[in-house]
Ligand binder design. Structure first.
Ligand code: ATP
Ligand code: MG
Length: 370
């Protein structure tokens, strides 16, 4: 088997939404089932969530099980994937502390995702230090498991780049120890960053512009029917714009030719539907109804599986506990290697003690006990 290892995760700041699904979750399940990976770690990043939710620990605490339920509902299989809780692996925090020395403040300040998130959270006047350094903590999460592959959405690109820099720096200063990971972005461009139902740049738990994996069918329909389209497309006959039109962006991410055959046989595929919309003569309501059908069919089995798992919450915690235990062993072993490489291993390093004893003219070490 290959040595390929996956690490990825989500912040427990809310239930998972369909942006997570197309940006990362759907792919994770495929990768999990491909059998190509030696180890897969999926992390619930509660410590990271606390960096910008320090005053809402209850929110983070309650959402851990929600995220875990969403994982299982989507097909993450605890027999094949370790699901772990970040805060329960203190080795991750310890790694972060050492990596911090390899990164400058200016370098973190340049990170475009951190910049955007600072603005979003109105942190301009006072950025929590923990939040500011979360890209470094993310490097610990990735390297602790020697991940080769990190399947995530586009907003994570700067984090993976930061991680790669830390790995290169660490290895050049302390010797070859860490593994440089590769980002794995969604294959389809439409899935890189799914917009919010409000037409906002990104569907995000923190913005409340989401269709959740757990949303019931009425809620999905309501959100779809009230979605933004092309503001210039007032009458059915008007030519419409497809680019930047949220409904079409969702169709790009979710529809396929089978859905057309089943729910909208006037068109063979999305290109034909788009052409008609551009020409004029295709109303928003028809497009939205189609999107609604596509989403309903995609989300129904996920929601039903979720309901099954909801019946046994203690089992979910068993899964999390076991996944965390297994993961912690891996992280502890990496931390050990890191500290060895950095020579922070005083008690294990006989040569160090002997050398210093000799310098001070001690009797040969051990002689006293002989
Ligand atoms: P928060 O608002 O708390 O940051 P979030 O909705 O951004 O929450 P995260 O937990 O930060 O979700 O992201 C988890 C994963 O989902 C990451 O890999 C991220 O790239 C991906 N992701 C999040 N939102 C989207 C989206 N709208 N489209 C595609 N991928 C997304
Ligand atoms: Mg986010």
């Amino acid at each position: 088997m290959s040595e390929k290892v996956i690490l990825t995760g989500d912040r427990p700041t809310g239930r998972l939404h369909i942006g997570h699904y197309v940006g990362s979750l759907r792919r994770r399940v495929e990768l999990q089932n491909s059998g190509e990976y030696k180890n897969i770690f999926v992390m619930i990043a509660d410590a990271q969530a606390l960096t910008d939710n320090a005053h809402e620990p209850e929110k983070v605490r309650q959402n851990i099980v929600e995220v875990a339920l969403d994982y299982l509902a989507c097909g993450i299989d605890p027999e094949k994937t370790n699901i772990l809780i970040q805060s329960q692996i203190p080795e991750l925090t310890e790694l972060t502390f050492y990596y911090m020395n390899l990164v400058t403040v200016a370098r973190v300040q340049r990170n475009p995702t951190v910049k955007a998130e600072i603005q979003l959270r109105n942190f301009e006047v006072g950025i929590p230090v923990g939040f500011f350094t979360y890209p470094i903590s993310q490097a610990s999460d990735i390297t602790a498991f020697k991940a080769t592959t990190v399947p995530v959405g586009e907003d994570q690109e700067p984090m993976i780049e930061q991680t790669r820099e830390i790995v290169r720096k660490f290895n050049s200063v302390y010797g070859e120890t860490l593994v440089e990971p590769e980002i794995m972005l969604p294959e389809d461009e439409s899935c890189l960053r799914l917009p919010g139902t409000d037409g906002g740049a990104k569907m995000s738990k923190s913005l409340g512009n989401c269709i959740y994996l757990a949303s019931d069918s009425d809620e999905i329909k309501k959100k779809v029917m009230s979605m933004f389209t092309d503001p210039g497309h007032l009458k059915v006959e008007d030519p419409g714009k497809v680019e930047g039109n949220t409904v079409f962006q969702y169709l790009d991410a979710f529809s396929n030719d089978d859905f057309f055959a089943e729910y909208c046989p006037d068109y063979r595929n999305l290109d034909e539907m788009k052409d008609h919309y551009r020409r004029g003569g295709l109303g928003d309501v028809k497009v939205k109804k189609f999107l609604n059908n596509v989403l309903q069919e995609t989300l129904k089995p996920i929601r039903e599986r979720r309901h099954e798992f909801e019946k046994d919450i203690p089992y979910i915690y068993e899964v999390l506990k076991k996944g965390t235990e297994v993961s912690r062993e891996v992280a502890a072993s990496t931390l050990h290697e890191v500290k060895d490489a950095m020579k922070i291993n005083y008690f294990d390093d006989r040569a160090l003690i002997e050398e210093q004893a000799e310098r001070y003219g001690n009797n040969p070490v051990g002689a006293a006990n002989a």
